[in-house]
Design a protein around this ligand. Structure first.
Ligand code: ADP
Ligand code: MG
Length: 327
């Protein structure tokens, strides 16, 4: 059974949640997106009668919790300490229930390199890759970077191992463009990840309460799903479900297996590429995915008849899983 096994909706009365802190914003590169997600979540929970309040960032949240202001936390911080296990550890220590993955799942999902190592160890498919230590002094000199790139072969993609929202990600078709891509990725924390560029279709699979939602195929008008396509452009096309029949089932099963493999629970989103031969490759797991008007988990939930307000309620219910002993 998966760590986040499906169960009946347990909460019927908004009062059962107590006072809820919706933590948003914070200091990561994704602050603005998180504020946008957070406002949507706050409005939805309030519309459902939940006693929910906005809190900006972790220090303010911890102060409020120590003062006894909140019974539980809806975590909608994207990236950084809100999504990498730090906040989750602090909340565990304070014995305050929270939505989404725990310490282990959050930390593993944030580190794209370690996530890939876990998947490969279980035979789950992910693009071929090389990881290089952050600093040039840590063995990743220009020569080491070029040697690793030649081993993978071009085209490849360069990204920082820890960021999100396509920040610092560059597609590299020729070796002459490698140095600029590496310099950009190195502006962000974490190791440098280089992997085979998968040419084909881009998909994402929402996970909610132990099951995979219908896949979404993302058809950007630009070259790929960059920051602009994710948050600004109105012409990116989303097809849901993204596949038919057995292919749809296969991708959903893969996404759920990838999520469980990292020890994730509650809710999240798994990004997957599918090459022209129909082979799937896992890219990453997001443990606190976007909840903006452009966001993908809400679109997938809607395809199942779950409206945004109900989705927020269901995510808030995931804060009860850990009280029952799920890590
Ligand atoms: N191996 C790959 N092959 C093709 N496209 C990729 C690959 N890795 C990333 N991308 C593209 O870059 C985007 C961002 O990469 P991703 O690994 O999901 O990081 P994040 O969303 O955290 O920035 C993806 O949505 C996809 O469009
Ligand atoms: Mg992604």
């Amino acid at each position: 059974m998966s760590a986040s096994a499906n169960r009946e909706s347990a909460i019927t009365n908004p009062g059962q949640f107590g006072r809820v802190a919706v933590v948003m914003g914070g200091q990561s590169a994704e602050r603005e997106v998180s504020l946008n997600s957070g406002r949507n979540v706050l409005d939805a929970l309030r519309a459902k009668g939940v006693d929910a309040h906005a809190v900006d960032g972790i220090p303010a949240l911890l102060d409020a919790l120590r003062a006894g202001h909140y019974a539980r936390v809806f975590n909608i911080l994207h990236g950084g300490a809100g999504e990498n296990g730090e906040l989750q550890g602090a909340l565990q220590a304070l014995r305050v229930p929270y939505t989404g993955s725990g310490v282990l799942g959050s930390a593993l999902a944030m580190d794209k390199v370690r996530a890939k190592q876990v998947w490969l160890s279980l035979g789950l498919p992910t693009p071929r890759f090389k990881a290089l230590a952050h600093g040039a002094d840590a063995g990743s000199s220009a020569e080491a970077v070029h040697a690793a790139a030649r081993e993978i072969g071009f085209p490849l993609i360069v990204k920082p191992a820890w960021e999100g929202s396509s920040v610092g990600v560059t597609r590299v078709f020729e070796e002459k463009d490698l140095d600029a891509a590496v310099a950009l990725a190195r502006r962000y924390p974490g190791d440098l990840l280089m992997e085979t560029l998968i040419e084909g279709g881009e998909y994402t699979v929402g996970i909610l309460d132990g099951r995979a939602l219908p896949t979404i195929r993302i058809v950007p008008k630009g070259e790929y799903y960059d920051y602009n396509a994710k948050y600004i452009a109105e012409d990116t096309e989303y097809v849901c479900p993204g596949l038919d029949g057995a292919a749809e089932e296969e991708m959903r099963a893969l996404a759920l297996a990838a999520f469980d493999a990292l020890g994730c629970s509650g809710w999240g989103r798994v990004d997957v590429m599918r090459d022209r031969a129909g082979r799937n490759y896992l890219l990453e797991v997001n443990t606190a995915p976007g909840m903006t008007s452009h966001s993908l988990v809400p679109k997938a939930a809607r395809a199942l008849g779950i409206d945004f307000e109900t989705l927020c309620w269901k995510v808030l219910e995931t804060s009860f899983e850990r009280e029952r002993g799920v890590p």
